[in-house]
Design a protein around this ligand. Sequence first.
Ligand SMILES: NC(=O)c1ccc[n+]([C@@H]2O[C@H](COP(=O)([O-])OP(=O)(O)OC[C@H]3O[C@@H](n4cnc5c(N)ncnc54)[C@H](O)[C@@H]3O)[C@@H](O)[C@H]2O)c1
Length: 383
Amino acid sequence: MAVRRLGIIMNGVTGRMGTNQHLMRSIVAIRQQGGVALANGDKVMPDPILVGRNADKLKALAKRAGVERWTTDLDKALADKNDELFFDAATTQMRPALLEQAIAAGKHIYCEKPIATTLDEAMKACTAAEKAGVKNGVVQDKIFLPGLLKLKMLRQSGFFGRMLAVRGEFGYWVFEGDWQTAQRPSWNYKKAEGGGIILDMLCHWRYVLDNVFGEVKAVTCLGTTHIPERWDESGKGYKADADDAAYATFQLDGGVIANINSSWCVRPYRDDLVTFQVDGTHGSAIAGLHDCMMQARQATPRPVWNPDEKQPLDLYASWQPVPDFSTFDNGFKVQWEMFIRHLAEDAPYKYNLREGAKGLQLVELATQSWQERRWVDIPALPF
Ligand SMILES: NC(=O)c1ccc[n+]([C@@H]2O[C@H](COP(=O)([O-])OP(=O)(O)OC[C@H]3O[C@@H](n4cnc5c(N)ncnc54)[C@H](O)[C@@H]3O)[C@@H](O)[C@H]2O)c1
């Protein structure tokens, strides 16, 4: 067995996603487990160099992660031929330019979503990567969540019969920042800085719908800014002008209707911060991030509408848990491992920049639907 080194330039790792999910939960965890195993028994060991603007933060993070290399000089890092993969989890607005710079330096690409803030920029990055012949991938973490994997298994097994509708509820209360600090960065609430829940979440819903429930064919969306004033990381008030809630309906392949509410202004009374309920002719299921409950048509209770008495049925009682059918690892890590196999042994990998661009397409068409107050069809991307 040989151990092969993979040099990864990791940009934006001092941020929330970069530190928690990509560095600690993925790359550090992969290093601790001895690398990524390939089909021939060899292993790939990631050797990251952390890149950012603040030397003190990088130094402290490198120490915490047990990583030796860090730098504030991205150009120099990109010039090092020994590091073949560029990863970006910094701001969305800077991403397309950074991707193009890394592609021009001959690096393979892996990055957070959205891959850009517009479809046009996203397509430019895709085309550049394809022309240069570099491998490329985008984070599509939600489909690796146990709850969604369970729904996918139910669908593939024919459990639902004909799927009718999908109801998605995503959201939680993000504090305004005045009397409690906000749980999300302030740029999320500023249009000019790449904020907005449509840009943030519809990228996710595109690949979730396409991969788990059926390809998206049309969208109607109503966005809004429920909370117009917030307070930033330093306690300073600012005008929150980006959309903080979006109420969207999608038509999917096969006639399935999906409705997903996304909101940072909701106090959830449900089992998880995101839930998807699927109703089909033969059965229904509802999943959160981890768990999934199902109800077959034969176990469907027989409610009778009667406003004169309190609900006599325990509507929860006839649902059954979908057992864990695997040991589910962190979704970000699972996807990192897939991408590393794609790099090292050309293992199949679907979630490339073009798939990421589809997310931006949905964002733009949903926004158009909101502005023009109408349904918008989703055409095939101009490949
Ligand atoms: N996959 C997911 O579920 C998910 C969830 C949240 C965010 N994201 C995406 O991850 C990315 C980062 O989001 P976050 O929530 O971690 O944000 P964050 O603000 O916590 O982190 C942003 C990072 O970019 C760096 N940065 C900011 N401005 C910079 C500049 N001018 N030059 C160089 N570096 C700069 C910051 O120092 C920080 O390291 C975004 O693209 C976001 O859309 C993905």
